[in-house]
Design a protein around this ligand. Structure first.
Ligand SMILES: [Zn+2]
Ligand SMILES: [Zn+2]
Length: 131
């Protein structure tokens, strides 16, 4: 049986791998941080988009994460974080966030699963982030 990874550690691991990778080209991203945000609970319950994470709540370089996000697959987790970094890089536009990641890093964020959430392939996680 695989060891259980505490939620905080799983999120921190993905976040810091992405921040390190993107921060090589955009040093200002290295200051980015994340924390759990209970304000997201209602939007998750009602099934709104942008439900699992958001930026701009505490600052424009701070990512809020819904407690429960750690139960998503790594592909969704990395996809969500990359999308939020796209907001930090580019601004509030939803399509623009994904485009920013694609233009600067050649990573395509797809939308998959019953909730149609951000998703990147396992080979991207392996080759870019060593995850
Ligand atoms: Zn928040
Ligand atoms: Zn967004």
């Amino acid at each position: 049986m695989p060891a259980l990874i505490p939620p905080q550690r799983k999120l921190e691991d993905a976040f810091s791998r992405i921040r390190t990778y993107l921060g090589r080209r955009f040093p200002r991203l290295r200051k980015s941080t994340w924390e759990w945000c209970k304000d997201l609970r209602e939007s998750v319950r009602t099934g709104k988009r942008r439900a699992f994470m958001h930026v701009g709540h505490k600052s424009n370089s701070h990512v809020c994460v819904w407690p429960g996000t750690e139960r998503l697959s790594d592909s969704h987790l990395y996809g969500l974080f990359l999308h939020e970094f796209g907001h930090i890089g580019q601004g509030a536009s939803e399509a623009g966030a994904d485009l920013w990641i694609f233009e600067h890093f050649g990573i395509t964020i797809e939308y998959k699963g019953p909730k149609c959430l951000e998703w990147v392939g396992p080979e991207i996680i392996r080759s870019r982030f060593g995850g």
